[in-house]
Design a protein around this ligand. Structure first.
Ligand code: AMP
Length: 217
């Protein structure tokens, strides 16, 4: 099963992708996590993209397209994957279509995380995540068992450098201008499946399982 998770920042794509990956064994491909890893490892790519990410802007398409192309050809993606955070622009969607065609594979569902904007801002402001394993928590809605410590790998949790008011505003503008237009494209392709992402995490997950055919088990 090949899935693309699509929606505004803070809509819970990453949280649900991690859960679904655990349940299905499918790899979770988070472009944001891949890019943050480049930055923390101070690679050439990391140096080029840090200022874009901190400001909440999209990093250049050439970088995300190449990273995605290489990642989906890894052996663990043979039976499917969950992509979260790509494509995020029309140019990326075109490149993605070409990649899929070349690899002779297809996407089963583009899952749209639909959510009102005021909810998303509250979620982003209380979000903390694990710089090491990418686990995501919320101080109010999904707190870690021990304050400041990752449940999964015991690393120290941190607020993302782009979870500040200015960057959050820019990320919304970028979403509206560059990413949201993809909705029409996927609606027309018949691949779009819409999820009510404003519910509690467990309820969103139940709906997601039904939507992708796991029947809520
Ligand atoms: P996320 O972790 O999905 O919220 O992404 C965090 C940041 O990573 C975004 O604000 C962008 O700066 C960058 N990013 C993630 N995915 C992409 C993409 N497909 N294209 C360009 N930039 C991206």
């Amino acid at each position: 099963m090949r899935l693309v998770f699509f929606g505004p920042p803070g809509s819970g794509k990453g949280t649900q992708a991690i859960r679904l990956a655990q349940k299905t064994g499918l790899p979770h491909i988070s472009l944001g996590d891949m890019l943050r890893l480049e930055i923390s490892q101070q690679t050439e790519i990391g140096k080029q993209i840090k200022s874009f990410m901190d400001a909440g802007k999209l990093v250049p398409d050439s970088i995300t397209i190449e990273l995605t192309k290489a990642r989906i050809q890894q052996p663990d993606c043979k039976n499917g994957f969950i992509i979260d955070g790509f494509p995020r622009s029309l140019a990326q969607a075109d490149a993605f279509d070409r990649m899929l065609k070349d690899l002779k594979i297809d996407i089963d569902h583009v899952v749209y995380f639909q959510i009102p904007v005021d909810l998303v801002i509250e979620r982003l402001c209380g979000r903390v995540s694990c710089p090491k394993c990418g686990a995501v928590f919320h101080l109010k809605y999904n707190p870690p068992k021990k304050a400041g410590v990752c449940d999964r790998c015991s690393s120290e949790l941190a607020q993302r450098t782009d979870d500040n008011e200015t960057s959050i505003r820019t990320r919304f503008e970028v979403y509206e201008d560059q990413t949201k237009p993809l909705l029409e494209r996927y609606k027309n392709s018949g691949q779009l499946a819409t999820l009510d992402a404003g519910q509690l995490i467990d309820d969103v997950f139940k709906d997601l399982l039904k939507l992708v055919g796991y029947g809520g088990n």
